[in-house]
Ligand binder design. Structure first.
Ligand code: AMP
Ligand code: GLY
Length: 451
């Protein structure tokens, strides 16, 4: 059969690459795709807002399964349009996608499900929010204030302000609630308790009745080494992560994912697709920061590098509501590490159109795959690949240890070059630091030198 993937990022290139490994698949179409999916699959230029036109394309081209990558089309109801036309599609429908598209809805479901999360209050009136803040944090703007202000709706990953002072919170309320910098996404907003701890992502695939929990991954959202600087879409990820033990993964499945799926069903908004829990591992236990309703980008890249089973069987079983029929997926025990290489200026403004060199050399490093994200073909020369986005490529490697996966990924990154390219140099170091502490300083195996 043929498969259609919607999206243009590293996640969609990774999905195309993995789906193409299925012996059941003839052609993979990606719309709109990038230069990497052009090389590995078939890019199709479809109007991204015209879901009916996408259905017509699927019908004409013997597409047996459509896989939706990003949140925006899910929140806009792409799955509803495909299902109404009898087309098999992987992803939640519009009402279930509100779990990501509305932070208020997400909090309500978490509460219904009894899942631990930060305490919060929702507001539509900025004056009331400011009043609450003045009551709780009397004093001047410099007063420490441990809250997070979040626009309710989708804001391209920019709608969350983690506050340190009262002034930070007041500024965020003004920007979201009064100046409407995120438009209608800020018509409602929440103020929640700021949690401290280490973050991790646990993704599960579900048809609403059966759940397949994937190995844990860890993203690196801030732009700078050591988690400094502004937040990005994710500068790298690796899996598995020692931030979450196998026992924690089972705990999350039992106490977070399964109750959430039940709550969504009870609420009349049954869920199918990827349920992505963004977690904070706090000293008092694991809490949910947010849900996403799709594969994470870049978490998807290391996860799919490690998946040994046929991904099409899994995705199709979800679309058919028959996930209970398939065998549990098999995983490569080796860790995988993905390093994102970005354009100068990202996550702020950046220039595009720079020729990228060294992609083939990077891809030829053993156990490495370069997933394209913000790349396109040169306007006059299709052999040239140029930058077209902030996050440009995600260089992903497998290794016998996290350290080896990291070393291979960075060895391949060294091959890639364009004007202004940069990346974080410490992807996966949190795992390495934990290993050092566990097996290092106090390890009895270490040779003990006599004075
Ligand atoms: P979200 O879109 O809700 O995941 O928020 C984006 C990022 O903001 C998260 O990955 C965290 O780094 C941070 N964040 C969100 N909520 C909180 C919170 N309650 N406490 C601390 N950090 C948070
Ligand atoms: N990597 C974070 C996200 O996909 O939202």
């Amino acid at each position: 059969m043929n498969v259609l993937i919607i999206g243009s990022g590293g996640r969609e290139h990774a999905l195309a690459w993995k789906i193409l490994q299925s012996p059941r698949v003839d052609t993979v179409f990606v719309s709109p795709g990038n230069a990497g999916t052009y090389q590995d699959a078939v890019n199709v230029d479809l109007d991204q807002d015209d879901f009916a036109a996408m259905v017509r394309f699927a019908e004409k081209n013997a597409v047996g399964l459509t896989v939706v990558g990003p949140e925006a089309p899910l929140a806009a109801g792409i799955v509803d349009t495909f299902e109404a036309a009898g087309q098999k599609v992987f992803g939640p429908n519009k009402t279930a996608a509100r779990l990501e598209a509305s932070k208020v809805f997400c909090k309500q479901i978490l509460k219904m499900a009894g899942v631990p999360t930060a305490d919060y209050r929702a507001f539509t009136d900025p004056d009331l929010a400011i009043e609450m803040l003045e009551e709780r944090f009397a004093g001047d703007g410099e007063r420490p204030c441990h809250v997070v202000v979040k626009a309710d709706g989708l804001a391209a990953g920019k709608g969350v302000t983690v506050c340190h002072t009262k002034q930070d919170a007041l500024d965020a309320i003004e920007a979201i609630g009064r100046d409407r910098v995120f438009g209608e996404a800020g018509a409602e907003f929440i103020i929640e308790e700021r949690l401290e701890g280490e973050e991790a992502s646990i993704l599960a695939i579900t048809d609403g009745k059966t759940i397949v929990t994937l190995p844990a991954a860890q993203d690196h959202k801030p732009a700078g080494d050591g988690d400094t600087g502004p937040n990005t879409g994710g500068m790298g990820a690796y899996s598995p992560t020692p931030a979450v033990s196998d026992e924690d993964v089972r705990w999350v499945e039992e106490n977070v994912l399964v109750p959430t799926i039940h709550a969504l069903k009870k609420n009349g908004t049954p869920f199918k697709g990827v349920l992505y829990a963004g977690l904070m591992i706090t000293p008092t236990g694991i809490k949910v920061l947010e849900y996403n309703v799709r594969f994470g980008d870049p978490e998807c890249q290391p996860l799919l590098m490690r998946l040994q089973s046929d991904v099409v069987d899994i995705l199709e079983a979800v679309a058919d509501g028959e996930l209970d029929r398939i065998e549990p997926p098999q995983w490569d025990p080796r860790p995988a590490c993905c390093v994102v290489v970005a354009s100068q200026g990202y996550p702020g403004s950046y220039k595009a159109g720079y020729e990228i060199r060294g992609l083939e050399a990077a891809d030829s490093v053993e156990d490495v795959k370069v997933f394209h994200a913000g790349t396109s073909l040169g306007q006059f020369d299709k052999d040239r690949i140029v930058t077209s986005g902030g996050r440009v490529v995600g260089v992903t490697a497998l290794g016998n240890t996290v350290a080896e996966a990291k070393a291979s990924a960075y060895a391949a990154v060294e091959c890639i070059e364009w004007n202004g390219c940069w990346c974080r140099s410490d992807i996966s170091d949190k795992a390495l630091a934990k290993q050092t502490i566990k097996g290092g300083l106090h390890s009895p195996e270490l040779p003990i030198e006599d004075d």
